[in-house]
Design a protein. Structure first.
Length: 212
């Protein structure tokens, strides 16, 4: 039996089983804990702890210093040409003296590898897991933009940081494409040696605006 034949046999049996199964909806339990809140200082501290543990760089700042902090990160990394989503706030780049390329669907994803980095906003962030959610909004861009370049500078407003996963999911629009980021891309080889940059950016710098 060939691989194709075996696959067709398995899928055929699944279809037969589904046809015999009773067509009834089953309620999905929703009894998980929701609505948790934490003071600003605790959310900031917990998120920072998680991000540092994931080997991300964390840069707290006030909103009026956003441009300076972003420019400093890019300068330190030698990023002379970056990509930005089409709806990113232009004020965030006023202190950057390199080239900023506005992304569009017309740019092939492989071409993004020529960029030194990318700057995006974020939709919501979970402090408990240190997870940043991007939802494809104009200030966050398409998924490829945040995955292909080796450096990702992500701006997070403290007001968008929530305590746990249920609280974060409640703020998302289910129909939007969601990307979850927990630190820079990393995996382990067969000897459990950490390898970074395999499936996404090698470096994640998170700018947390504490007064927004």
């Amino acid at each position: 039996m060939t691989t194709t034949d075996a696959r067709d046999t398995v899928l055929g049996r699944i279809r037969d089983a589904l046809a015999l199964a009773p067509a009834r909806e089953r309620p999905v339990p929703r009894a998980y804990r929701t609505g948790r809140t934490l003071p600003d200082a605790e959310r900031l501290g917990l998120l920072t702890d998680r991000l540092v543990d994931y080997k991300a760089q964390v840069h707290p700042c006030t909103a009026d210093r956003t441009a300076d902090v972003i420019a400093g990160i890019l300068r330190e990394r030698g990023a002379r040409r970056i990509g930005v989503p089409p709806g990113l706030d232009e004020q965030w780049l006023t202190a950057y003296d390199g080239e900023a390329q506005r992304d569009s669907a017309d740019i092939p994803a492989p071409a993004l590898d020529a960029l030194d980095g990318v700057v995006t906003a974020s939709a919501v962030t979970c402090a408990e897991t240190g997870t940043i959610f991007l939802d494809g909004s104009p200030d966050q861009g398409r998924r490829a933009l945040s995955l292909v370049p080796d450096l990702h500078v992500c701006v997070v407003d403290l007001s968008s940081v929530v305590a746990g996963v249920p609280e974060a999911v409640a703020r998302l629009v289910p129909e939007r494409p969601t990307t979850l980021i927990s630190g820079p891309s990393a995996t382990s080889d067969i000897e459990l040696e950490r390898v970074e940059g395999v499936h996404g950016p090698r470096t994640l710098a998170v700018v947390i605006r504490t007064d927004v």
